[in-house]
Design a protein around this ligand. Structure first.
Ligand code: F6P
Length: 354
């Protein structure tokens, strides 16, 4: 029987591939792993941990915080702030960049969503943590938001932990995607899904269709054609999914193919999209591209976007390459958004609609 490879062994092998590596990056990934294990432990306790429900506060995006959002955020910060690997942190749950004390500063930046999909916790549906590692572009400069405003293609590592029936850590260092399953008996992540590749030709799409009246024409056209199935232009039947948990959706697509859409739409709150670029779209996009798929804003690769603020939102479409390319083509075709059209402008008949 061949010995299973643990994440620790995998990281040591990765470090050996980089001549002159200091071990700082390996230490950083080890800390991310520890944070995810701690969060997995708490999520797994459910109501037994007295952490169920809302905290009674809202985050910088105006969304209700769950108690576990706050605890998961604290776990990430406590583990990383004195580890000597990071120069700064950005979190969905923090308004500003988290400063690292000068004597503990390292070479990397970490952007994370400590508990994505947390509205699903109370109903026992899979949630996850998402993380993105960037190089600190200017170690001499004062740490602030500007350091994080790098396109996603600069990420040196990205991944997520999914807390589902099993806990998994899915990660990429820029050459492929690897999935590790937490073996609770030994407390280690074990490589169970090496070199994940997104299957092409799948027939599942995921979108929250309660927003359909606000969609752009390109999205309506794509979804209508999927719904028309074998009698429509696509000539085959599609199935639909919506978990409302980005990590769970990304995980399914990595393993089974298909496409996910959370497009920008005409709602006042979603005109730039809903999902956050730095700690949702970029890390998920990095994994998807590394697994042979495509991640897009709808009309261009998401990893090329140069962020303008740390909590910026974006439209996001990702999954099997052929499906995403069809959606991008529909965006290039005639795609006038309703709220851009004259009747919806500031002097238009339907001022401020949506
Ligand atoms: O960004 C948080 C999130 O819960 C994602 O995990 C998920 O994909 C999305 O929002 C669900 O949004 P909605 O509730 O609008 O369907």
């Amino acid at each position: 029987m061949t010995q299973e490879q643990t994440l620790t062994e995998f990281l040591i092998a990765e470090q050996r591939r980089v001549p002159g590596a200091t071990g700082n990056f390996t230490a950083l990934v080890n800390d991310i792993r520890l944070a995810c294990k701690r969060i997995a432990n708490l999520v797994g306790k459910g109501s037994l941990a007295d952490l169920a429900g809302k905290a009674g506060s809202v985050n910088v995006q105006g969304e209700d915080q769950a108690k576990l959002d706050i605890v998961a955020n604290r776990i990430f910060i406590e583990i990383h702030e004195r580890a000597g690997t990071l120069a700064g942190m950005v979190s969905e749950e923090l308004e500003d960049v988290w400063q690292i004390p000068e004597h503990s500063r390292g070479a990397y930046l970490l952007a994370f969503d400590p508990l994505d999909g947390s509205s699903n916790i109370d109903v026992n549906v899979s949630v996850g943590s998402i993380f993105s590692v960037l190089p600190n572009p200017d170690p001499a400069a004062e740490m602030g938001p500007a350091a994080f405003l790098q396109p996603g293609e600069r990420q040196v590592c990205a991944g997520y932990a999914i807390y589902g029936p099993t806990t998994m850590l899915v990660i990429s260092f820029g050459h492929g995607v690897h999935g590790f399953t937490l073996d609770r008996e030994i407390g280690e992540f074990v490589l169970t899904h090496p070199n994940v590749r997104i299957p092409d030709g799948a027939s599942e799409f995921a979108i929250n269709s309660s927003n359909s009246r606000f969609w752009e024409p390109a999205i309506t056209r794509y979804v209508d054609e999927c719904l028309a199935g074998s009698t429509g232009p696509r000539g085959r039947d599609f199935n639909m999914r919506w978990i409302a948990s980005l990590v769970a959706e990304a995980h399914r697509i990595l393993l089974r193919g298909g496409v996910f859409l959370y497009p920008r739409d005409d709602r006042a709150t979603a005109r730039s999209g809903k999902l956050r670029l730095l700690y949702e779209a970029n890390p998920i996009g990095f994994l998807i591209e590394q697994a042979g798929g495509r991640a897009s804003t709808g009309d261009r690769p998401v990893l090329e976007l140069r962020p303008t603020s740390i909590h910026q939102r974006t439209g996001l479409v990702f999954g099997s390459r052929t499906e995403v390319e069809i959606i991008e083509r529909y965006h290039r075709d005639h795609n006038v958004r309703r709220f851009d059209a004259p009747l919806f402008g500031s002097r238009g008949l339907f001022r401020g609609a949506g």
